[in-house]
Ligand binder design. Sequence first.
Ligand code: MSP
Length: 660
Amino acid sequence: MAERKEKFYITTPIYYTNGLPHIGHTYTTIVADILRRYKKMRGYDVVMTTGTDEHGVNVERAAKKAGIPESEFVARMADVWRALWDDLGLTADEFVRTTDLQHVRTVQWLFRLFKENGYVYKGHYTGQYCIYDNAYVNDAKPGDPCPDCGRPTETVTEENYFFRLSAFQKPLLDFYKKFPQFIQPETRRNEIISFVEGGLKDLSITRTSLRWGIPVPGEEPHVFYVWFDALTAYLTAVGGPEFEKRGMWPADVHLIGKDIIRFHTVYWPAFLMAAMLPLPKQVWAHGWFLMDAAKMSKSKGNVVLPRPIVNMLGMDALRYFLLREVVFGQDGNFSYDALVTRYNSDLANGLGNLASRTAALLEKNFAGTVPKPGTHLPQDDALAKEAQNAIGEVLERYDKFEFARALETIWSVIASADKYLTTEQPWALGNSPDEESRKATILWTTAELLRIVTALAHPVLPESTAKVWLMLGQTTPVGTTELDGLRWGQLAPGVTLGKFQALFPRVEKNEAIERIEAMANEELNPTPAAPAPSATAHTAAGTAPTTAGPQEKIGIEDFSKVEMRVGQVKTAERIVGADKLLKLTVDIGSEVRQICAGIAQYYQPESLIGQKVVVVVNLAPRKLRGVESNGMIVAASVGPEGRPVLAGFHEDVEVGARLK
Ligand code: MSP
């Protein structure tokens, strides 16, 4: 009988359905996907799971606002999340929705185990509750804000079932001591240990104040507390009460963001201890991606969306950037500028350039087959040694979740190969037998190095490495390469090379950023009648349809949602690096606003000062090229090129007057 492979079970958090996915959530799922690919290449039987967290008061409120039943609302939102992961090639093995029947069964079963083992009792609780984080805030007084998100807490009194969390203080501390690798990174571990040492209060795990939740059997109107419900999804994904059959539990790693570490390293292991179930081996908490030092949120107008980036630069570029730019575990700033810079320097000029150079040289000199190397010179051996050493180093770094460092090692090997080609100059060699043999050695060495870095980079860059692999004439998919068997010298001479497909075409930075931002703005604020503007312009002209066509009519109530006022331009200046944008400050009567307008190619900044303009004042703020724009200047879009002409008045009008 074939020996069963060792299993590896990875989870992402299950995402809230009352929000929309952004780059922060995408980051967690990308890391899970990278690990999934990596562990498969190390011979593991891997399962990766994700899903949607669909209960709670937030969903109840969002569904009400949308005017649809909760079940319909969450079904739509689950589709949104699932579609995003599919589009980005992040396909989990299991997708749990907390409204699935199998999940409901698992939650009820786990609660029954708590009861049987004497870890729950009925009581009353009054406290301050944060509805956004779905958590009571210990020791908060009415009116206090939530310490995590800063939003006001609400006073809640209710009858609940309490979980005897206090009984697990010592068992948890013993567990952290016995398994120091359980909480990663190290700094987070100390934080949790001192929290638990400070004492644990019993936790209410049912609610009567909430309707949209999993019912506690025989105890209606009690429903389960959303975090108890949500954490249990990790068990649901691999079999629920019948988890033993699948053989995947316990999880090998729960990947999470740092904001939800307490739930995963205190509550969750305590729940499992109470049910006498095996505990997860590790919880890895990564940092946040911030925009201007703040966590992203739609209301702040600072969310970064994954799709526009992927449309412009490709999936691999996004994956590479997120993993290379920030040390896993720490916070990092997200900027389009840094993204495009890295794309051009590391991907287009780095891996992309080495692959296209190698493909072209092999095609030209050896008619598209792998040559047989001749005698090695010391410089060939030095390169071979560097690539061979990189294998062990990269695997070690991946194992420690040091993704940035793993990529650093791979890219330093790429840089050495570039240097090698530049010094050896195979293109300058002639056709004598000696020179032919030298050429063969140089090009075989380069191709072999490319094969090794391609296999090593595959977990992070699945799409582009698959292309290089084909070019190198490899017939089995790169993702099935066994990294443990990867060695220098395995590239067989005589193999026919495949066709080369360009990997990362260079992009012009400003243009790329403008296009990404335009797509993001369109996704966040879709304009139903008009196609997405080709250039970002926070002016009405940028999105107004230029040709009259059959258009849906709107009622006056729709029109009255748009608040337009007379504004007067106070200052106007160009924005460095954004050819089309001007940064204006505009007095709208009640305040002076900063607004960006896509008119720089048609208006001199000085000529605008003092001009009266029409401003849409109730638009959500947006960031254009990193500059906040709080409102929109109205302009006509004239001619085929859409020249903006600012709307104005024929007589003097008061600043702040409303347009109707
Ligand atoms: N539903 C809970 C998780 C339950 S798991 C049993 C939840 N959902 S969430 O949608 O709000 O967040 C999911 C994950 O996305 C968290 O790990 C969170 O840290 C991560 N991120 C959300 N914004 C982020 C950034 N800006 N940067 C990086 N990750 C962040 O919490």
